[in-house]
Design a protein around this ligand. Structure first.
Ligand code: NAP
Ligand code: ZN
Length: 360
């Protein structure tokens, strides 16, 4: 081995996969590609369970590719690198988020907004490489990714708590930065789940005044601990009267269809509601809650590579990780059901060592 370079052939990789939209996840294996010049091989230690994994494994957004190995909140250790890799070496703590390639030449890619690459984006799973190979995600023992799509996890952050930063963290960090959350701004986070709880931590660390809008008051104590200044139940109609015209920025993380009109009415003049939750069915929006107060309704998807690294470094500096419940992979189907019941505090993270423990 010279200069930290190790070469390996295609490797059989244990995983959990969904065989179809109706099937529970079950043990499966497949081949990861041989290391190319710029590839990094990562031994996956932990992978978060994002609600998007459930939407896609159950084909709720349409067009799912099966068999599917979900998982795009990947944290692990580099075990091998290709001959031209300069950014990583074996032993580094590395992460992979929601995409593993893009066309690299379009205006979006050139400006660090790879997540909006039009046509060439390769998602970490449920997608195809440019050569047509289906991608397989993080519920697996290792992954091979081009170094330009790998993130560095700060050394002070534990890999289990850091894994959810790769999707939940960046999905909230990006709109909070883009719409200038900070001292003097009133930010509401709708839905205290995986994304929402990261939103509370990040907005608080940025200096904003943070309000949680949750279905009930059950998570109120947690909200305060996570950094929320205020907490309201959306099941109480009084909440929508009391908070009318109260926020500069609302980030809606809810995975189900809710009445967005009610929330638009909570914006101050020129306020923005950013939708990051992706419900299965369309949500009707009326003109008046937009017209009155010159409100904007926007959307946002994860973040580019540069911004994801900035978010990880911000979390390293502020010691921010996700609040997690670590599970063996054998409990993944049960965990999905609990996510659907909003019964997760606040992210399930799979301990990938359990894959080999369960191997026959
Ligand atoms: P999650 O952990 O299940 O959190 C969603 C939260 O929404 C729940 O904890 C719950 O919070 C609230 N909620 C759920 N059902 C509700 C209902 N019927 N009415 C009102 N509130 C409800 O999910 P997640 O992983 O944070 O993901 C949230 C959504 O974001 C998903 O649709 C996911 O696909 C999407 N997503 C988008 C991006 C992006 O780039 N835009 C990235 C990742 C995920 P309370 O208990 O506090 O009410
Ligand atoms: Zn996700």
């Amino acid at each position: 081995m010279a200069g930290g370079r190790i070469f390996r052939n295609m490797s059989k990789t244990s995983a959990y996969a969904a065989a179809s939209a109706k099937a529970p996840l079950a043990p499966w294996s497949f081949e990861r590609r041989e290391l190319r010049g710029h590839d990094v091989m990562i031994d996956i230690k932990y992978c978060g369970i994002c609600h998007s994994d459930i939407h896609q494994a159950r084909d709720e957004w349409g067009g799912s590719i099966f068999p599917m190995v979900p998982g795009h909140e990947i944290a692990g250790v580099v075990t091998a690198v290709g001959g031209q890799v300069t950014k990583y070496k074996p032993g580094d703590h590395a992460g992979v988020g929601c995409f593993v390639d893009s066309d690299r030449t379009c205006p979006e890619c050139s400006s660090g907004l790879e997540q909006y690459c039009d046509g060439g984006l390769v998602l970490t799973y449920n997608s195809k490489e440019h050569d047509g190979t289906p991608t397989m995600g993080g519920y697996s023992e290792r992954i091979v990714v081009d170094e330009n799509y790998v993130l560095r996890i700060p050394g002070n952050l534990p890999l289990d708590g850091a894994a959810p930063l790769l999707c939940a963290g960046i999905t909230l960090y990006s709109p909070l930065r883009h719409w200038h959350a900070g001292p003097g701004t009133q930010v509401a986070i709708v839905g205290l789940g995986g994304l929402g709880h990261m939103g509370v931590k990040l907005a608080h660390a940025m200096g904003a005044e943070v309000t949680v809008l949750s279905q009930s008051l059950k998570k109120q104590q947690d909200g305060t601990r996570l950094g929320a200044d205020h907490f309201y139940a959306t099941a109480d109609p009084e909440t929508f009267t009391r908070l009318r015209r109260g926020f500069d920025l609302i980030i809606n993380t809810v995975s189900a269809g809710i009445d967005w009109n009610q929330y638009l009415a909570l914006l101050k003049t020129d306020g923005v509601m950013v939708v990051v939750g992706a419900p299965e069915k369309p949500v009707p929006v009326n003109a008046f809650p937009l017209i009155i107060g010159r409100h904007s309704l926007a959307g946002s998807a994860i973040g580019g590579i540069r911004e994801t690294q900035e978010m990880l470094d911000f979390c390293g500096k502020h010691n921010i990780t996700s609040d997690i419940e670590v599970i063996p992979i054998q409990q993944v189907n049960e965990a999905y059901e609990r996510v659907l019941r909003s019964d997760v505090r606040y992210r399930f993270v799979i301990d990938m060592a359990s894959l080999s423990a369960g191997r026959v």
